[in-house]
Design a protein around this ligand. Structure first.
Ligand SMILES: Cc1cc2nc3c(=O)[nH]c(=O)nc-3n(C[C@H](O)[C@H](O)[C@H](O)COP(=O)(O)O)c2cc1C
Length: 430
């Protein structure tokens, strides 16, 4: 990104604030409680999943809650957070709430949180991506649109609005479909998506028992839910007509499976292929799905701007490591060269604080906002975002941590819970 572009981004986003501060949301809730009014949705983050799953069809539940194989990776993602504890400091004299703002690729963020790319949101609520992206814009949280979305690139941009911060996630067609890749990138650029996230771990869907039990693959169905980006793509439409002598709408089944084979083409690209994206995307590129130090170093070598330390929420490969466990090792290797995003397993404010303390520059929230969407549409997503932000803000404030900047929120504020019990043998706990 040029200096000039960075300046433009900064100017565009610097005044974009959430409509209501998360702490005010808490206070408003207590005020309403004085009149015996209860919040429509629970603040207990650990309950969102069960409540939402109870309300979904078996297919939707299997799709969002499902993970690869025996769920081992997913389970480890979540339990890894408990291995770290935030150690509070007292009498800090801080007279302000923590500063949660940060800067990513020249864009000011009000909080170091973005909404992870999640496909097919209309299976959870008819408003799908439109509801999610509107809530993101209102809470000043960047929205990452998935290539597997059930709403087009352009319609999501419209709903996200002038002030919305939007990034685009690519499921990368194989090189025989370079013209389709270029078309997707150009559409995203034109619609105001500023950063490109390229997902590396999903060249086909993982072995997901819960989906197979339901015989459910949202991308094979002719209901247009998993294929919106393809069906609205001029290059894919032209190709389809040439091949079938018919419009997509006349042969929906073939068009849906054709699009699925285009974006989940079965085989991995190579490091050399990334050059193609660098030639065709004018802006920062972030590789999503990095889980090893050597891949993180290669990402830095080939000159992309960031990585997401992620294992797709354990949905792709079973028997894997926790994403959080790898985070500090990767940060030590490339944290000074790349922006480090993190996801997989974040469920509450303290989880966010821990990932940031371990060196992430920004975290992505996945399943929790899908549960909010199921429970309350746009309002449900808003509630989840406000809750996570409020929880993060007060967790930091009460721990005596004045900001999310690396000088304040770093490994010094953490202790491994295990070491506390070993500490007597010589681990220093300052
Ligand atoms: C229902 C669902 C759909 C997803 N779709 C996508 C997608 O289209 N593209 C992508 O890169 N990641 C996708 N992800 C992965 C998320 O971006 C993110 O990596 C993951 O949700 C993080 O794990 P967590 O949900 O356990 O926090 C999806 C996740 C879920 C739960």
């Amino acid at each position: 990104m040029t200096q000039e572009q960075a300046a433009q981004h900064r100017a565009r986003f610097s005044d974009h604030k959430p409509q209501q501060d998360a702490y005010d949301y808490e206070m408003e809730t207590y005020q309403k409680g004085l009149q015996y009014e209860r919040p429509p949705l629970t603040f207990q983050a650990s309950k969102w999943e069960t409540l939402a799953c109870d309300r979904m069809s078996a297919e939707s539940k299997g799709y969002v809650h499902g993970s690869a194989g025996s769920r081992e990776t997913d389970d480890k993602n979540k339990s890894a957070f408990k291995k770290w504890s935030i150690v509070p400091r007292r009498l800090t004299g801080h007279k302000q709430f923590p500063d949660l703002t940060t800067e990513i690729f020249g864009e000011k963020l009000q909080v170091p949180i973005a909404m992870a790319p999640v496909g097919v949101l209309r299976i959870f609520n008819p408003e799908g991506e439109v509801a999610a992206t509107k809530a993101a814009a209102k809470e000043a949280v960047p929205y990452i649109l998935s290539t597997a979305a059930s709403t087009s690139i352009e319609d999501v941009a419209k709903a996200n609005g002038e002030d919305g911060q939007r990034w685009y996630q690519l499921y990368w067609p194989n090189r025989e479909n370079d013209d389709i890749t270029i078309s997707l990138l150009q559409r995203a650029k034109k619609a105001g998506y500023t950063t490109l996230f390229v997902t590396l771990d999903t060249y086909l869907l993982g072995w997901r028992p819960s989906d197979m039990d339901n015989g459910y693959n949202p991308f094979l169905r002719a209901d247009q839910i998993g294929v919106a980006l393809g069906f609205s793509d001029p290059v894919y439409r032209k190709r389809f007509k040439e091949q079938y002598g018919a419009e997509i709408e006349e042969k929906m089944g073939e068009a849906a499976s054709g699009w699925m084979r285009t974006i989940f083409n079965g085989f991995s690209h190579s490091w050399e292929d990334v050059k193609f994206l660098q030639e065709h995307w004018d802006g920062p590129i972030v590789l999503k799905g990095i889980q090893t130090i050597s891949d993180a170093k290669k990402a830095a070598e080939i000159g992309v701007q960031g990585i997401v330390v992620s294992n797709h929420g354990g949905r792709q490969q079973d028997g894997g490591n926790s994403s959080l466990g790898m985070l500090p090792h990767i940060v030590d290797a490339v944290g000074d060269k790349l922006k480090i995003f993190f996801d997989s397993g974040i469920r509450c404010g303290a989880d966010i604080a821990k990932a940031l303390a371990l060196g992430a520059d920004c975290v992505l929230v996945g399943r929790p906002y899908v549960y909010g969407l199921t429970l309350g549409g746009e309002g449900g997503v808003t509630h989840v975002l406000k809750s996570l932000i409020g929880d993060l803000e007060l967790t930091l404030h009460i721990a005596g941590i004045p900001s999310v900047s690396k000088k304040d929120l770093n490994r010094e504020v953490l202790v491994r819970e295990e070491d506390l019990f070993e500490g007597i043998k010589g681990v220093s706990i300052h």
